[in-house]
Write a protein that binds this ligand. Structure first.
Ligand code: KIV
Length: 282
């Protein structure tokens, strides 16, 4: 079944949880899509997990387009939401609409995601007015890492929690079809989910949100370093890949790979003639 902004809304209405994972390339998108995940986020986390940057700030619209197109070629049914990177929607509303439009026209996304609440409601309004579906993102918004002084849980004081509720309501009123709540206390995420008619997608926001999103490298445990508290490991792919790479290296060193079954044949008379012509080991 094709997932759309309408079917995601229906899932909230019918109390069916929404599943979302990040993907940045064709192969992973295909695997995620085949698994029946409802939505794929081409997140600007690609700056960190695919390109090795320290945070998401260096990611460009061109980077997002490159990866979004690859994901679109791999996914048949999942709704594809592509992140608007840092400074692609902050400078002017005209810029924001143009960049969001490029992510749909060239990146073949079905929707865009941008970070921010009340302060970005006019931007969300303008993008949705251009018939581009917008997913909001509030709470820990990684593009504001320096303003926050690090990656920290948001909305823990009454004042901060009130601001988050206002942000969520502003995003909904501006026309967003869904909103990501990142690193928000569970009870606050539950309250926001009740207050909104649009689906909430949580990451580090407890179990009461309408859906969940994770970075796929985190849930597959592809790194040795510590992963965030909110991540559950569903496989140990990092260890499996390392073991496979080591085994490959050892087999090459030992001359075990490739075997006859991995090789192509030629009539030995031809080889003998070539040897006679060019000389060679007998
Ligand atoms: O860029 C991303 O992957 C995200 C998720 C962490 C929600 O925004």
């Amino acid at each position: 079944m094709k997932n759309t902004v309408v079917t995601l809304q229906q899932q909230k209405t019918n109390k069916q949880k929404i599943s979302m994972l990040t993907a940045y390339d064709y192969t992973t998108a295909k695997l995620i899509d085949n698994a029946g995940i409802n939505a794929i986020l081409v997140g600007d986390t690609l700056g960190m997990v695919m390109l090795g940057y320290e945070n998401t700030l260096p990611v460009t619209v061109e980077d997002m387009l490159h990866h979004s197109k690859a994901v679109a070629r791999g996914a048949q049914d999942a709704l594809i939401v592509t992140d608007m990177p840092f400074l692609s929607y902050h400078i002017s509303i005209e810029d924001a609409v143009k960049n969001a439009g490029r992510l749909l026209k060239e990146g073949q996304a079905h929707a865009v995601k941008l970070e921010g609440g009340v302060a970005f409601s006019k931007t969300i309004q303008a993008i949705t007015r251009a018939s581009i579906p917008v997913m909001g993102h509030i709470g820990l918004t990684p593009q504001s890492v320096h303003a926050f002084g690090g990656f920290k849980v948001q909305g823990k004081t009454k004042l901060a929690a009130k601001q988050l509720i206002e942000d969520a309501l502003a995003v909904e009123q501006a026309g967003a079809f869904a909103v990501v709540l990142e690193c928000v206390p569970s009870k606050l995420a539950e309250l926001i989910t009740e207050l909104l008619t649009i689906p909430t997608i949580g990451i580090g926001a407890g179990s009461s949100t309408d859906g969940q999103v994770l970075v796929y490298q985190d849930m597959l445990q592809m790194y040795d370093d510590l992963s965030p508290k909110f991540v559950k490991g569903y496989a140990e792919i990092g260890k499996q890949m390392t073991r496979a790479f080591e085994c490959y290296h050892q087999e090459i060193s030992a001359g075990v790979f490739p075997e006859a079954q991995h090789s192509f044949t030629i009539n030995s008379a031809i080889v003998d003639e070539l040897k006679a012509e060019f000389g060679g080991v007998s």
